[in-house]
Design a protein around this ligand. Structure first.
Ligand SMILES: N[C@@H](CCC(=O)N[C@@H](CS)C(=O)NCC(=O)O)C(=O)O
Length: 312
């Protein structure tokens, strides 16, 4: 079925865990395509045009890169139950720029920095370059030396959340789970599972641990494994359902039909995605791109956190 949800992910990915919990909140059925943890990822980049991060969601010939874009599209296609039970979507999105940005970066530094020389060389090189920049070896050493400082940066926000949850509420904003629960949970999940000191660090926050268990119990919806070749065949046989959309207020003067490249707005050494603009809004951009084997696919990105350059 071309409308089936496919998540390209691997079990250890915390950002994929955010998407999996999001499926759980909405009680969705989906297919999981397991992708490699390290580049190259030829079956994934055939669909995305070069984007190699995890997770990527596919629905037919529409490819959604980045968890921000994935959650936005899930809410659009499957509005009930909503990700915004207290009717304040703007607050979830605003907070998520911090959870996905500084908070996640600090968690990555804690996990990589504490593992230090125990990290497999190829993994250290790949993740170091992606998250710590060209001088990643020095960044990794600095993270290892700054662990108490990094933990102190995490402790304040965790104390605020613990205090908020101490009134017995099940989720961060009340009795119903929302986007922000998934958006924070993936960082907690990462620290607990991949930082040796994580469980001890988290034990200071009993209300947060109760919340963590509530979010875990939301589960991942209903998942079925899928082979990457099947996902590619689905993309080849489907047509994108994205409609052309212009945005007269676009600050860069972008318009449908322009050739552009899109890449994360940080120096992770990643390959830009090249395509023709199809749809624009303040929060998302979709481009059509051609693949010799699968034909046209429409690749979606968030605007926030991504750089769009016009090809002349
Ligand atoms: N802003 C992206 C971040 C994605 C990200 O950095 N994911 C990690 C995995 S948790 C990643 O891609 N690592 C390298 C890889 O999987 O190749 C999002 O929200 O989806």
């Amino acid at each position: 079925m071309v409308t089936d949800i496919i998540l390209h992910n691997y079990p250890q990915s915390p950002v994929a865990e955010k998407a999996r919990i999001a499926f759980g909140i909405k009680g969705l059925a989906w297919h999981s395509v397991e992708i490699p943890r390290l580049a190259p990822k030829p079956n994934l980049t055939k669909l995305t045009g070069g984007y190699r991060r995890t997770p990527v969601m596919q629905i037919g010939a529409d490819i959604y890169c980045d968890s921000q874009c994935i959650l936005d599209e899930l809410e659009r296609r499957f509005p009930s139950p909503t990700f915004f039970p207290t009717s304040d979507p703007g607050l979830h999105w605003l907070l998520s720029r911090w959870t996905d940005g500084q908070m996640f970066d600090q968690a990555v530094k804690i996990v990589l920095g504490s593992a230090g020389d125990a990290l497999p060389k190829d993994f250290a090189q790949d993740r170091g370059r992606l998250y710590l920049g060209p001088d990643w070896a020095a960044g990794l050493k600095a993270a290892g030396e700054a662990l108490p400082h990094l933990a102190s940066q995490m402790r304040g926000p965790f104390t605020w959340m613990n205090d908020q949850l101490s009134d017995g509420r099940a989720f961060l904003l009340g009795d119903a789970p929302g986007a922000i629960d998934a958006q924070v949970y993936h960082v907690v999940w990462f620290l607990r599972g991949r930082w040796e000191q994580g469980p001890t660090f988290l034990s200071e926050f009993p209300a947060l641990e109760r919340w963590e268990s509530n979010v875990t119990q939301l589960g991942h919806g209903t998942v079925q494994e899928m082979a990457p070749e099947t996902a590619i065949k689905i993309a080849a046989e489907a047509n994108s359902t994205t409609q052309t959309a212009d945005d007269p207020f676009d600050p860069q003067g972008l318009a449908p039909g322009m050739r552009v490249t899109i890449s994360p707005d940080l120096d992770g050494g990643e390959q830009p995605v090249d395509g023709t603009v199809k749809a624009l809004s303040a929060s998302n951009i979709a481009v059509d791109r051609e693949d010799p084997d699968i034909g046209t696919v429409c690749v979606h990105f968030p605007r926030i956190g991504y750089k769009v350059e016009v090809l002349s």
